[in-house]
Design a protein around this ligand. Sequence first.
Ligand SMILES: Cc1cc2nc3c(=O)[nH]c(=O)nc-3n(C[C@H](O)[C@H](O)[C@H](O)COP(=O)(O)OP(=O)(O)OC[C@H]3O[C@@H](n4cnc5c(N)ncnc54)[C@H](O)[C@@H]3O)c2cc1C
Length: 481
Amino acid sequence: MPKDFLKGANDSYDVVVIGSGLGGLTAANILARNGLQVLLLEQHYKLGGLATWFKRPGGHIFDISLHGFPYGMVKSCRRYWSPEIAESIVQLERVRFDNPMFSLTTTFDRQDFTRLLTSDFGVAPESVDRFFDAARGMNFYDDQSKTTRELFDEYFPGREDVIRLLMEPITYANGSTLEDPAITYGIVFSNFMSKGVFVFQGGTDKLVQSMEKEMKSSGVDVRINCDVEKIHVGSNGIQSVEVNGRTIKTKAVVSNANLRATIFQLVGADKFDQSFIDEAQAVRLNNSSTQVYMAMAPDDTVPRETGDLLFSSTAQRFQTDLLLDRNITSRTFSFYYPDTRPNGKGRTLIVSSTNANYNDWSGMSNAEYDASKLDLVDTTLDALEKYVPNCRERIVHAEAATPVTFEHYTKHLDGASFGTKFEGLTVSRALPDQIRGLYHAGSCGIIMSGWLGTINYGVIVANDVINQISKMAATSPVATR
Ligand SMILES: Cc1cc2nc3c(=O)[nH]c(=O)nc-3n(C[C@H](O)[C@H](O)[C@H](O)COP(=O)(O)OP(=O)(O)OC[C@H]3O[C@@H](n4cnc5c(N)ncnc54)[C@H](O)[C@@H]3O)c2cc1C
């Protein structure tokens, strides 16, 4: 008989959270801390969503999306998780760029970027200051018609090298392009520039395990291997969810699943107004990624000067479509030195990440797909040779993940790495106006994606749910009697 992963679960909860990405985990934790009965349902056998890791024989532990986030994570983790989690966040000291236009290493903060832009790139200090102030002054409610390309043209006309320095890491960080609204760039860029790029020391496994412990002590009922099939809606809003053959009643659902999957698969288009569905249909998914995971021999490592995060490219110019091209010219290498996991086995690991299109990888025969993955590993080793000499002899394990892999493990449509493009955020926020009790907290809209964006979005949405449930309690017949 198959194991019952819902054994002992109640028949009803105040809130059901679907998905255990960082947005879902954070929302669940805040809701439970506020006294609500919360059920968290994750379809995978592991919590974390894209914030995940995997182990390979030889003591290798690979992180999937632990490459860098802004300093704001310290505050968010301290407030919404625990001081211990916040205290494990450490800065990456060496962010390196290597492309035909320039090669440099930076701490990736305003001070160092100002130094580079004025001394190495020869930009007037006033222009640099004005640009930083303009980016820092941006917020979500500003004019959305100006594109990132127009923003750059205003401050650095004709300077493709400057644009490359400013844009390449952000495109990698959230998939945004020069054609996206300037605010999506300005907000994310300024977040990074406040203090630099940070990671979680101890690895994603330690982070997610700490979060699980914290969530359980807040009272969340956490269930893995629970694939939600349907969200049921009645005339008064959310009624229940259907999962592993059970129907569980709830006042509210927070879906951490992909936004489009939430609307079109879990709820169903017929439950929304036609104008809303038209808007939702127009929401574009963000791009996906490929990755190559490489482990060095147990007693081998690379000098720290190699960098922590290396944006390498052989493309003559920066073009966002080239970043997605199947013929890869740009790779971001993350170097995980032994101190990434101070209590680990002292391994040095390298992960190469590249933005990618789902359609370039889906629909292949098994043989073609396997051959393409081997080719991805092979060409990545060729590219790595420049930074890690003799890497083919020194790497003892290498394997690849593709957009199809990301889709498989997270159910993100088209394996989207960062949810949806900008327009997804308005649709995500409008869900409870369409169906009482239906919320979405997960990567969307570029701003609300990435580790920090999704954690903060989880908090915002949890507060919305708390307000709704207290309003329902105040107007229910029991409360007024
Ligand atoms: C290769 C790569 C590198 C990245 N690097 C970085 C980085 O360096 N820094 C950074 O800040 N961000 C990075 N990101 C992005 C970041 O990982 C994500 O934005 C963030 O983790 C997404 O969190 P989320 O809350 O949206 O949920 P997700 O992580 O998308 O998780 C959604 C969860 O919902 C579950 N689910 C879906 N459908 C159902 C269902 N029907 N029933 C039950 N469960 C369901 C899934 O299994 C999954 O666990 C990277 C992403 C990728 C792919």
